[in-house]
Design a protein around this ligand. Sequence first.
Ligand code: NAP
Length: 334
Amino acid sequence: MKKILVTGANGFIAKHIILNLLENNYKVRGTLRNLSLSEIVKSDIKKYFDSSFDIEFFKASLDSDKGWNEAINGCDVILHTASPFPQKKPKNESDLINPAREGTLRVLNAAQQNSVERVIVTSSNAAVYDGNKHITEFDEKSWTNINAKGVSAYTKSKTIAEQAAWDFVSKNPSIKLSTINPVLVWGPGIGNHSNSTSLIICRMLMNREMPIIPRMKVPLVDVRDVAKAHISSIENNNSIGKRFLLCENTYWMKDISLKMKKMGYNSPTIVAPDFLIKFLSNFDSTLKEASSKLGYDYSIKSNQAKNILGFDPIKIEKTIEDTYIYLKSIKSIE
Ligand code: NAP
């Protein structure tokens, strides 16, 4: 039975991966930077997994070499999900870029030192499509242009970290790398993820915290499909050396909000004029990135994930419904 290490084991996506691994009879190990969260992770997963299970936890931070050798030694595969994904813009870009890049390299170095050959890095569409407004269709060959105007620190962190990973394996071919590049992930969390950056837009639309909608596209995928793709990647050697974009579809935010309205939620329906969003972005830094994407129409292709990993995305209506039930259950929406 293979032993799989999941870094950042308390994360929104990581807990779904752990549940999926246990359901598929893998042995699981997780890293946390705060070991006191281990009991919460276990009890959250227990609610979804009937049989008794074993999971080991190791303390390791992306910012330090300490703990990585111990966590990785004896594992067969590493699923590296940990990376900073904060709600707010950081003070300095390096607050995100350094842990993302250095952390990924720490994991890869420790993998090599401990003869763990298989590593799957959770990257992002942030490493694929940004800063290329002249392009309207993206696939696994596309890379974000981090030098373009308006590219966020998070986007830079994911692009730089993924590039560092591919560069590492080009020099150290014993490591077999794949990257999973999900777009914005919605769906039910396991345990309390009320502060998840992933679910902010969903919550704001469902709760009408956003009374008007920017003329902006959002690409979406379900967290359960993201977890599945990680496990398929372990099980399929054809995934080695490849990137996998996971996207159910791209939607104008207005169309998502109208779907929600139709499903009975109190979502907004009025689209904000672009000039208003641009004006408001002078006062709200989170709108700055949005304002650079107003009216930008693009699509994201997941053919490689469909062909190799069997990615067969859950329909967005089901994702929205399950996210609503989840957010209500954790009292994140009224
Ligand atoms: P999340 O719930 O915020 O989980 C992030 C995990 O990374 C947490 O376990 C966090 O630990 C850990 N982490 C952050 N900084 C760290 C550091 N310096 N040292 C050690 N661990 C650190 O985020 P998520 O939504 O599950 O995202 C997981 C991965 O998927 C990330 O790589 C993210 O970039 C990628 N991704 C997410 C989405 C999405 O929409 N959710 C889309 C594309 C890609 P703490 O709890 O201790 O901070």
